[in-house]
Design a binder for this molecule. Sequence first.
Ligand code: FPP
Length: 250
Amino acid sequence: MPLSDWQLLPPDLDPQRLPNHVAVIMDGNGRWAQQRGFPRMMGHRRGVRTLKALVRCCQDWGIPSLTVYAFSTENWQRPLEEVNFLMQLFEQMLWQELAVMHQQGVHLQFIGDNSSLPPSLQAIMDYARQTTAGNRSFYLNVALNYGSRQEIVRACQAMGRQIQGGQLNPDEITENSFAQHLDTAAIADPDLLIRTSGELRLSNFLLWQLAYAEIYSTPILWPDFDRVEFYRALLAYQRRDRRFGRLSSS
Ligand code: FPP
């Protein structure tokens, strides 16, 4: 199929059975660069390009929500130079892309503990969140300084405080009310998780929210994850029988 045709949803994908929400662990930037003899940072730069292209693709193909793992609570253990580079890259990307994303109707949200991010990054994140709050055509959720276990602990602490204050009865806690205390309270659970670079781990990403997601792992490194690879992931998704614990999906 010529590349230009990839702008439309490939005909063998069923538009009625697309995932509403795709989560992505964007892995392999460093290896992509090292394989080419480039510094790792070059891989991250290419990774931004891939993310921008995937947002466009989701919009073209009618997938309304995307959550990406940009920086985990464990990523602080990387060399300081790389951590600083990534923080600057996130900030730069937000400054550069905000106007275009806003024009395209993208609603930007962030999950994770923002409080230890550089103040200048927090400022543009707040600005981006406020600016795009009214947009409804596409939801991009960026996990920054995100760790799922920490998120669950934070939710428990918040509920503990409500119990202490007498506003919450522990017997009335349900799955739904618990989920309302997570960073993703306003976001439906992902239907599909894609992890690039062949790893088969969740790496502390959306542990609660991915309970029933289909998982797709590909050896392709994140900078090489293009529309054709996304199509392959969606095809694999549509071939799965999503039973949610029942005997069949019908
Ligand atoms: C994994 O590659 C990627 C990251 C640590 C996150 C960086 C993501 C981007 C730059 C994409 C753009 C995101 C935003 C929000 C601007 P790795 O370094 O773990 O690769 P490796 O496993 O090959 O070392």
